[in-house]
Design a protein around this ligand. Structure first.
Ligand code: NAD
Length: 331
């Protein structure tokens, strides 16, 4: 009797679990939805691991890693991003502070402020929140941060080292994508990957690691065959490339650019895009580049927005800060 009750409980649990991953298609057949790759849960796991490592680091006589986030101007989204980064850092034992400037700050004054932090022995990581106000040269500012403290990985030295498969500090969003592929055990060796978006801070480092040799020094190569698409890739060609891909990573900021009929059945889709839209009810919400509900019916695995690459980016920034702090201590 007890055995039968147990069985019934198990079968109810299984049915509920299956139901959340199935849908009924237009011909009335039950189909399995793609696995949602939960970036929020994975980010928590990584931050918990880092918290333990940082605690051990401090208990063995080192000072806490430290991070400074510079923000210029009053863009609300940028302030929210910085607040989240600082909170995540404090939660895991990193000493973190925001340095705020109003939008009238000159490029020279910003660079002087960065140079002071470069020489401060109590600072390990420096991050300048982008975008910067018009009139400030972002490339010059990124190159002003000392490469060993450049936890965003945007300095020309770090970008160069990444392109040569050398150990370096990798931009957090790109590292988040690679870490998700690894931890969710998505095979990349010899697979076709498409990166949609070619920006220097996001699309480029992702494509760089996806195509690189995993036996090289960085240890970050994924050995995929990579195609890069961008705004001048004709829409029909974008669809052709995507349909041939085992892995699609999209980083454009164009909502619903990636549709279900562009997906090879079973493919993995990583959505980096974040766009704030207002829905029919007048509510603002964040969406990615992927037509998520439809793509889930064809793909094998998809990252949601929000709750996918976003929280993982913050976790990998924490990883970069601890890495910088350990390297600086060794010097
Ligand atoms: P960007 O504007 O610098 O680059 C956008 C890229 O998309 C360009 O290379 C452009 O050629 C390409 N593109 C535009 N329209 C296209 C189209 N129709 N077809 C194909 N390609 C097209 O932006 P970015 O800084 O690279 O960021 C891209 C997206 O990723 C944005 O939505 C941004 O908010 C988001 N983002 C998310 C995170 C995160 O943590 N999840 C971090 C950084 C950026």
């Amino acid at each position: 009797m007890r055995h039968r009750i147990c069985l019934r409980i198990v079968s109810t649990v299984l049915t509920t679990k299956m139901r959340s991953h199935t849908y009924i298609d237009s011909l009335g057949s039950a189909r399995i939805m793609a696995r949602a790759l939960d970036g929020k849960a994975l980010a928590k796991e990584i931050k918990d691991e880092l918290k333990i490592k940082i605690n051990n680091w401090i208990n063995t006589g080192h000072r806490a890693p430290s991070l400074r986030c510079i923000i210029v101007g009053s863009d609300p989204a940028s302030h929210t991003y910085v607040k989240n980064k600082i909170q995540a850092a404090i939660d895991i034992g990193i000493e973190a502070q925001t340095i705020k400037y109003d939008e009238n700050l000159t490029e020279e004054a910003l660079i002087s402020a960065i140079e002071l932090l470069n020489h401060d022995k109590l600072v390990d990581g420096i991050l300048v929140q982008l975008p910067l106000p018009n009139g400030i040269d972002e490339r010059r500012v990124c190159n002003a941060v000392a490469p060993e403290k450049d936890v965003d990985g945007f300095h020309i030295t770090n970008v160069g080292q990444l392109s040569l498969d050398m150990p370096t500090i990798v931009p957090a969003t790109a590292l988040a994508v690679i870490e998700m592929l690894k931890r969710f055990k998505i095979e990349t060796l010899g697979r076709n990957a498409v990166v949609v978006g070619r920006s220097k801070n996001v699309g480029l480092p992702i494509a760089m690691m996806l195509h690189s040799d995993r036996n090289h020094d960085s240890g970050l190569g994924m050995d995929a065959t990579v195609t890069i698409c961008h705004r001048y890739t004709p829409a029909e060609q974008l669809a052709v490339h995507c349909r041939n891909a085992d892995i699609i990573v999209t980083a454009t900021g164009v909502p619903k650019l990636i549709k279900a009929d562009m997906i090879k059945p079973g493919a993995t889709v990583i959505d980096v895009g974040i766009t704030r839209i207002t829905d029919e009810q007048g509510k603002t919400k964040l969406v990615g580049d992927v037509d998520y509900d439809e793509v889930r019916k064809v793909a094998g695995a998809v990252t949601p927005v929000p709750g996918g690459v976003g929280p993982m980016t913050v976790a990998m920034l924490m990883h970069n800060t601890f890495q910088a702090s350990q390297k600086i201590w060794q010097q």
